[in-house]
Design a protein around this ligand. Structure first.
Ligand code: 5GP
Length: 363
């Protein structure tokens, strides 16, 4: 046993220090980035924010909306060739990835889709635990089969495994174990790594090899997205922040709450109507039952199901996040997102924001 004593930090442990800047307006900030990938040699150009491959988030209708803003979507792995076919006219193959797990059924589905649509150039290989030898072998197999596709692989949280996955053929490594909004891995297993430090260490390892990383999970507000880019993420992936919208396709649940008031004119009781949507982790019991029919006996669920306030169209949320990110850049004098990490100095804090009137979430 060993205890590592150097501090490891989360988004909430730091703030970004403002710096003198010549930028006049948020309008002047360019959020588009361009990357050339290590193995595929393909070029990415866009705003490097991704919708996670989760039910209610990595959906085809979300992808259509996000690509209009120049954002990216990792589609859920349950989409079949038939599903993709329906959207083949509207989706830009540069703005989404098809996902797969490591089992044969998933892989066959991936092969079917890529055979029919070779212009789709991103593959997302996603497992909860990217540390197994088997996973590395699988990444290597996919790389061999698809030498010019851009491969995303994860999740891991340490430099050694980031390097290993890149050497096995990943162009982009997905970083994050346990930080997610509907993840219970840390509770169920005690395993995890504070997300800000995980991104810092994995990005450093990946950049040394000419590869890229995604900071995946744990962002609760636009400021966290800015911190993830500030600490070195090339892409930031969002689940919870993109959940609860029309495009996610979930059912809207309406609840009626008795406010204990009476309308003086009509003498009728006054109720408040609140709308919600269900959101769940991809390792939750809800997801396992939906996708596999049951939770296998040898495993426990490592995700939870929550009820989120319904948030309407996703456009508004996207603009809110991009507005926040542009503002961060003006505070530190970064004319382009590319300059954000060079311009960032973090300060460690004991309190991130004032919670006297609530938890910081907007109405
Ligand atoms: P969020 O942006 O909601 O904080 O985090 C999203 C990320 O959480 C996903 O991209 C994925 O990596 C992770 N995730 C999704 N579902 C589950 C789950 O059921 N269990 C765990 N451990 N992580 C999950």
């Amino acid at each position: 046993m060993r205890i590592e004593d150097s501090p490891k930090l989360d988004f909430s442990d730091v703030l970004i220090r403002p710096k003198r800047s010549t930028l006049k307006s948020r309008k002047d900030v360019d959020l588009v980035r361009e990357y050339t990938f290590k193995h595929s040699k393909k070029v990415y150009r866009g705003i490097p924010i991704m919708a996670s491959n989760m039910d209610g988030v990595g959906m085809l209708d979300v992808a259509v909306k996000l690509q209009a803003h120049d954002l990216f979507t990792c589609l859920v792995k349950t989409y079949t060739l038939e599903d993709i076919k329906k959207y083949s006219e509207v989706l830009n193959p540069e703005n989404f990835a098809v996902s797969t797990g490591t089992n044969q059924k998933d892989y066959k589905n991936l092969v079917d889709i890529l055979t029919k649509y070779p212009q789709i150039s991103y593959i997302c290989i996603d497992v909860a635990n990217g540390y197994s030898e088997f996973f590395g072998d699988f990444v290597q197999k996919v790389r061999k089969q698809y030498p010019t596709h851009t491969i995303i692989a994860g999740n891991v949280v340490t430099a050694d495994m980031t390097q290993e996955l890149i050497l096995r053929g990943a162009d982009i490594v997905k970083v994050g174990i346990g930080p997610g909004s509907v993840c219970t891995t840390r509770i169920q297993t005690g395993v995890g790594y504070p997300q800000l430090s995980a991104i810092l260490e994995c990005a450093d390892a990946a950049h040394g090899l000419g590869a890229h990383v995604i900071g995946d999970g744990g962002c609760t507000c636009p400021g966290d997205v800015a911190k993830a880019f500030g600490v070195g993420a090339d892409f930031v992936m969002l689940g919870g922040m993109f959940a609860g919208h029309d495009e996610g396709g979930g059912t809207i649940i309406t609840e009626k709450r008795d406010l204990g008031l009476v309308d003086p004119d009509t003498n009728e009781k006054i109720y408040e109507l609140k709308k919600y949507m269900k959101f769940y982790g991809m390792s939750s019991e809800t997801a396992m039952k939906k996708n596999y029919g049951a939770v296998a006996e040898y495993r426990s669920s490592e995700g939870k199901t929550v009820k989120l306030p319904y948030r309407g169209a996703i456009d508004h949320t996207v603009l809110d996040i991009l507005g926040g990110l542009r503002s961060t850049c003006t505070y530190v004098g970064a004319r382009r997102l590319k300059e954000l990490s060079k311009s960032t100095t973090f300060v460690r804090v004991a309190r991130q924001f004032n919670q006297v009137f609530g938890d910081g979430k907007k109405d």
